[in-house]
Structure formats: structure tokens, C-alpha cells
Design a protein around this ligand. Sequence first.
Ligand SMILES: Nc1nc2c(ncn2[C@@H]2O[C@H](COP(=O)(O)OP(=O)(O)OP(=O)(O)O)[C@@H](O)[C@H]2O)c(=O)[nH]1
Ligand SMILES: [Mg+2]
Length: 302
Amino acid sequence: MVFDKIKQALGKTRELLNTRIEDIFVPGRTLEAEELDELEEILISADVGVEASSEIVEQMRSVARANKIPAGGPRELLRDEIAKLIENRAAKRFVLTEKPHVILLVGVNGTGKTTCAGKLAKRVISEGKRPLLAASDTFRAAACEQLEIWAERAGVEIVRSDSGADPASIAYDAVSKALAGGFDAVIIDTAGRLHNKVNLMEELKKVSRVIGKKIETAPHDVFLVLDATTGNNGIAQARIFNEAIGLTGIILTKLDSTAKGGIALAIMREIGVPVVLAGVGEGIDDLVDFDPNSYLEGLFDK
Ligand SMILES: Nc1nc2c(ncn2[C@@H]2O[C@H](COP(=O)(O)OP(=O)(O)OP(=O)(O)O)[C@@H](O)[C@H]2O)c(=O)[nH]1
Ligand SMILES: [Mg+2]
């Protein structure tokens, strides 16, 4: 079921890779420089990233030179090389390790943070646990209402402010309530846009610091919510957020609406932060574990 959703979501990427790769690797054509250059361009167009694409193609070049192309041909070789790239990266599953386990969702505007907060709450409930939502996006007027709708859908409680409290104090209140009320998780939605990037990072640092006053080890997870359709810009975002506040994982959203699903490989290669979950639609159940093997199958297997 989980596998099906990732595979389904990667349909557009798979189509792009398969059809274009079939054009290159036709029987009778050998694996020469020209084919490999074409392949590199295809990988880059699927947002695999320049570094990861050239690493993969270079590996293939040396295997071809050594005449060690597997029985399945260049396509199998490509799959093997991508598999190697995935294998060498740390994978991480979404698990609650503390009580309450405090999760901070961050990211630029429109990537799907609020949607993810709702989906995550539902996910936690489905594991038989009690989550609490915190509406720490005080920048956008409708943000709180939007999260409230998700809270209703998921059937969970929400901490919000009517009095214009700042994001950090809402997060603090939520963590306090979770401690007092025996909640298992606190999921904090934050703003994606402030007057400038420095302000946003400072605000997020403050939220993180203030929660840490209540529970020293919190936040236990800082997830960057990243829109898979944004391409190279997404890689830059991941780098900036990771340097500024330190990420424990990435949630890759809108995997269903892009042929550029290769971005997960670029993240693994260039950022070194594991992709933990993937958004595969707009519904409350459209959040799945990012399983690297399912991802690989989703890229290649029809
Ligand atoms: N297709 C698809 N759409 C998604 C996914 N996740 C979020 N969306 C859509 O993306 C849009 C933005 O989602 P939000 O959750 O409001 O994004 P946000 O990051 O909270 O936005 P700001 O609060 O403005 O920064 C909405 O229309 C969502 O339905 C996904 O996995 N797939
Ligand atoms: Mg939002």
C-alpha cells in the first residue's frame, strides 16, 4: 500500500526517465560518450542534480570501459548505480522517541507545511497515539483557520492564540499543555514567509530555543517541508535551512505532481539530510514513509 503510493506518485518521473532512456539505449547502440552525455542531461532534467547525475554517469562510464555492463544492459546498469547512491545514504524512519515528541515543521511559503501538520497528526493517531497541533504561523491571517480545519479533519486538539501572541509563545504553550496532558506528540506549524529570510530563520531559532526551555531535548525533530516541484531551488532551500537551524529530516511534498522526482537523489547526494516522508496528494492520508527501495522501484519499474 505504502509502496503503491510512492510508485503511483512517481509516475510522471518514471515516464520521463523510461521513455527518454529507451530512446538512448536502443539495441545496437553502444554505451559511448554520446549516449552517456545524453543520459546525464536526462537525469538533470529529472532534477537528479548536477553532482549526483555526473557521479552516476561517471560510474557507468568506467563500468562500460571495463566491459562489465550487466546482462540487463545499460538500463540495469543505471538502476544499479542509482541503487548504490541510495544505499550509501543514511535512511531514517518517522518514529516518536520521546513523550511528548516535539516536531517543528519549517519551510518556505506554500510548500505544504500546514497540510503536512494535518497529515502527520492523522498518522500519529493511526499509531494509537495522541498528537497536539500548534498554530505557530502568526504571519498569515488565515493560517490558523487552515490548521484548525486540519485539526478537525484529523480529530485532534490545537493550541492557537486569539491575542496575537508570538510563534514561540504558542509553541511553548503547546509543549506545556502536552506535558501536562500526557500527549505523545506536538506538531508545530510555522510561517513560510516573513519580511525577509533572516527574520524567518531568527524566528524559527527562537521557537526552537523557547521549546528547549520546557524540554531540554526538544525539538526532537526539525523537518524541512520541501516542494518536490521546485527543482534546484529546493536544494538551495535545504542547504540554507540546514545551516541555519539544523534539520533532522526532509518531507518531500507534491511528489505526485512532478516529473522531477529525482530531487530526492540530489538531496541525498548534496545535503546529507534523510528524506523521511513524502507527500503524495492533497488528502489527509497522502503522506507516506519515504522508503529508499520503494523509491528506486518507483523510478524504474513499470
Ligand atoms: N498535489 C499535492 N499537493 C499538496 C501536497 N502537499 C500540499 N499540497 C498543496 O499545496 C498547497 C499549499 O499547502 P500548504 O499546506 O498551505 O502550504 P504551507 O507551506 O503551509 O504554506 P504557507 O503557510 O503559505 O507557507 C495546498 O494547495 C496543498 O493542498 C502534496 O503532497 N501533493
Ligand atoms: Mg501554512
